[in-house]
Write a new protein. Structure first.
Ligand code: FAD
Length: 807
């Protein structure tokens, strides 16, 4: 056997399908000095006992796209390695047995159109002719995907590893990693019984042992192995008689997935009561082992399976597999550089490795080699979780996610588990006033307000929900009087020190404000893609604060840490938890604010985009004059211990002014008719500043990260642009990801939208070819399989000059 090298650029820990795919992609893209260490044989975690079913459907369009990439990659690794991946390209269908699931499939179909994925509805008769063992009477719709099928899990893992070796990488089996110790130069000493490797970067791809591998470096990952059952039947006569393989299938409402396995069938289910496995930690001696089946847990689902595929009940069960595999809190992988750590990357919580490992390997390799992945990987980025994602919270959420794998989650639905992980001082008061709460980055915030706590519930739906009229009321208060919304969930990033302006000038593409002023700015990646849209406040030349997306705070923190690390004249900290607050919006906001302060906040004294530190309602505060609603607006931030006092001051100063509390839904509706996009939906790394229309904030006179790419793009012109559309609907609105059509062709997809209550119109934003990004252009938007007329509006329909927020 080869001797371990003493040094490597990258050491990957774990030889499951994920680690092997990363090894393959790094070597293929040119990094040869890459080593994978596996404690036993390859596939010794969850990879060897997977059902091997492959499909493209995912909640996130980019993950779907990457699943398509993974499936299409199998031919390449098989040919290169000479190792069979055992692929059966049978195609497969998703079956709906009720209207909600049919709606869900319509949405998936719409999403797939623009991603170039070839899904089509087929009739139930056609589904039954392709799979004669299903009882069609249970179903009302079937969505066909020709990419679906199955692979041999072990074959795939070995094919990746051998193909990686052919590209020049190395892997070592029976080499458990015992320690990972960081050196002063930020490289890692990876310790094994056979010697150590000094690695510039390490990647935790420990799968079932991701938590334990993390502990070696002091990292606590919120992932959890879950027990999972599938069974394999005895041979089925109808299958023996066939000369073609049966397609794969998922029956969501029945909560079963199935495919042909030799001359029998394989049937799996996600139990309604999940069993988290080895919560305290995965045993180090767990090997190629299975767990004792818990038939009681799946009996109910088996009955459903036998009713819907009656042939299953006519033959015996040959084998029941109960194997553990790891889930993350939202069911998606956690990949990328870990915020707060140097040169430590993860690719963990990959619960559908045979659908996703190819895409994970691709993105990890691009990110490592090029500095950024080629598509937005936010849905997989480890930075979407932070300190709040404790191991206990991870177990609770991962279990919930397991149970909901085939359970419908509607766009307006908030999940019940792991709630109140982080709350502000206002939580009980807001709930007492009828708030329907949501959670973002672990923090509770009000979505909208019902009339009372008893009335505060949502009806999950793809259509307009009962929240519609309540949100309308909140919007009306903001447009005509004044509204107050809690804003603890906006991120705040503080930069101090003599080098603060200098470093921010480099990181941010926009012009920095003078002391006492605010500016909006995009933040770009080296390739010119959007990394953030931020509000910068300058208090003095050595003190700046950036306000941005709360959900993205850890991602931004990672970026800021990276760029401040080498500078000793600037200090950066994520100050989000230090500043809670309340925003006031509406024509009477100034009157309300003036009642709470001694200083003059008149239009001349406190101008649009001014920022000041002072006192509001008797407590120390920073006050920004900004607006996300299009009305006169102020954001007031205070330390958390002052929040109740501020809230009480706002309530008493608001008496007689028509003050109403509002929530995130109203905020999202208000910005629609102002043509303002939001981070994570309309603005994200899939797009550039010029495509998003944020290039107007770029300061071309200075140098900044991404300037060359942005300049090149400006010279050649963009091919697509973000547009805002009014849609002629019949009582339904977009949520996001719906296909946009022009002359019958899918030309883009919706990034966000909803009902703009004040103008009384349904609106959507999306990226379309520049030729269509013109005022008045006629498009169509597909909502639940029906196409609606849409018209592009260049200027905001509400207050196009922006005078109301400036007055
Ligand atoms: C019953 C079942 C059915 C499934 N069905 C499907 C399916 O149909 N389709 C699908 O896509 N997915 C399926 N999966 C999920 C799939 O198996 C996982 O997504 C995949 O195996 C995850 O791969 P991984 O590489 O992340 O982890 P693992 O396979 O767990 O690999 C981790 C590796 O790290 C090694 N390791 C750990 N610690 C160390 C250390 N200290 N030093 C060195 N090496 C270490 C381990 O030995 C192991 O080989 C199924 C899983 C189960 C259990």
């Amino acid at each position: 056997m080869d001797k371990l090298p003493s040094h490597a650029k990258v050491v990957i820990i774990g030889g499951g399908v994920v680690g092997c795919s990363i090894l393959f992609h790094l070597a293929k893209f040119g990094w040869k000095d890459v080593v994978l260490l596996e404690r036993s044989e390859l596939t010794s975690g969850s990879s060897w006992h997977a059902a091997g079913q492959i499909h493209t459907i995912s909640s996130d369009p980019n993950i779907s796209r990457l699943q398509g990439y993974t499936i299409n990659l199998y031919k390449e690794i098989e040919e290169l390695s000479g190792h069979s991946v055992g692929m059966h390209s049978t195609g497969g269908f998703y079956l709906a047995s009720n209207k909600d699931w049919y709606d869900y499939l319509k949405r998936e179909r719409s999403k797939a159109r623009y991603m170039g994925l070839d899904q089509e509805f087929i009739s139930i008769k056609e589904a039954a002719s392709r799979h004669p063992l299903i009882d069609p009477s249970h179903y009302i719709a079937a969505l066909w995907d020709p990419l679906d099928g199955d692979v041999d899990p072990s074959g795939v893992t070995y094919a990746y590893a051998k193909a990686a070796r052919i590209h020049g990488a190395r892997y070592f089996t029976h080499t458990p990693v015992l320690e990972t110790n960081q050196k002063p130069d930020n490289s890692w000493d990876v310790v094994t019984a056979d010697g150590g490797i000094n690695a510039e970067i390490i990647i935790n791809a420990g799968g079932l042992w991701a938590r334990e591998v993390g502990h070696l470096a002091g990292l606590h990952l919120p992932v959890q192995p879950m027990e999972h059952h599938y069974l394999i039947t005895e041979d089925i006569p109808e299958i023996i008689e066939r000369d073609t393989r049966l397609p794969a299938g998922i029956d969501y409402e029945g909560n079963i997935y199935f495919r042909q396995e030799r001359d029998g069938m394989l049937l799996g289910t996600y139990e309604s009561r999940a069993t988290a496995w080895s919560v305290a930690g995965t045993p180090s001696d767990f090997g190629h082992e299975l767990l004792a089946p818990k038939l009681d847990n799946i009996a109910e689902r088996l009955e459903i399976g036998f009713a819907r595929i009656p042939a299953l009940g006519r033959v015996g069960i040959k084998n029941i597999i109960n194997g553990p595999f790891t889930f993350g809190p939202d069911g998606n992988p956690m990949i990328g550089p870990v915020p707060g750590m140097r040169n430590y990357w993860v690719a963990v919580g990959v619960m559908a490795g045979f659908c996703q490992a190819g895409g994970v390997g691709l993105c990890m390799a691009e990110w490592l080699i090029d500095g950024e992945p080629s598509i937005d990987v936010w849905a997989m980025d480890v930075a979407r979780f932070g300190d709040f994602a404790s191991p206990d919270w991870g177990t609770v959420k991962s279990s919930e996610n397991y149970e909901r794998r085939f359970v419908m989650t509607f766009p307006n639905e908030t999940l019940p588990k792991g709630r109140r992980q982080q709350t502000t001082a206002l939580y009980d008061r807001l709930v007492g006033k009828g708030a329907v709460m949501g959670q973002s980055y672990g923090l509770e915030h009000a979505l909208w307000f019902a009339d009372s706590p008893e009335d505060a519930y949502e009806n999950p739906t793809f259509r307009r929900s009962r929240a519609h009229d309540f949100v309308a009321r909140e919007v009306a208060a903001v447009r005509s009087a004044v509204g107050a919304v809690e804003i603890a969930n906006f991120a705040k990033h503080e930069f101090t020190g003599a080098g603060a302006r200098d470093v921010l000038d480099h990181i941010l593409a926009g012009r920095l404000p003078e002391p006492g002023r605010l500016a909006l700015t995009p933040m770009l990646s080296p390739n010119g893609r959007l990394l953030g849209d931020l509000t910068v406040a300058c208090f003095d030349e050595t003190h700046f604060c950036l306000f941005g997306s709360g959900a993205a705070q850890n991602m931004h923190r990672r970026w800021f840490d990276h760029h401040c690390a080498q500078r000793d004249n600037v200090q950066y900290r994520n100050a989000t938890e230090r500043w809670h607050g309340i925003a006031l919006s509406g024509p009477r906001a100034r009157t309300l604010l003036q009642r709470m302060v001694r200083d003059d906040v008149g239009a001349a004294a406190f101008r649009f985009r001014d920022v000041r530190q002072g006192f509001v309602g008797g407590v120390p505060a920073m006050i920004l004059r900004v607006s996300f609603s299009g009305e006169l607006g102020y954001e007031i931030y205070v330390a958390p211990q002052y929040l109740i006092r501020l809230f009480e001051a706002v309530e008493s100063a608001g008496v007689g002014l028509g003050l109403r509390l509002y929530g995130a839904r109203a905020l999202m509706a208000l910005r629609l008719e102002k043509n303002w996009g939001v981070w994570g939906l309309d603005y994200r790394p899939d797009f550039t500043a010029a495509e998003a229309g944020l290039d107007k904030f770029i300061d071309w006179q200075k140098t900044f990260i991404g300037k060359t790419a942005a300049q090149q793009e400006a010279d050649r012109g963009v091919t697509r642009k973000l547009v805002s559309m009014v849609i002629d609907v019949d009582g339904i609105d977009v949520s996001n990801d719906e296909a946009i059509f022009a002359d019958g062709d899918a030309v883009g997809y919706v990034t966000s939208g909803g009902y703009a209550h004040h103008i009384g119109k349904s609106m959507a934003f999306g990226y379309v070819p520049v030729s269509l990004a013109k005022d008045g252009a006629r498009l169509e938007v597909e909502i639940l399989a029906k196409r609606y007329q849409a018209r592009v509006f260049d200027l905001p329909i509400y207050d196009p000059s922006g005078q109301r927020m400036r007055d």
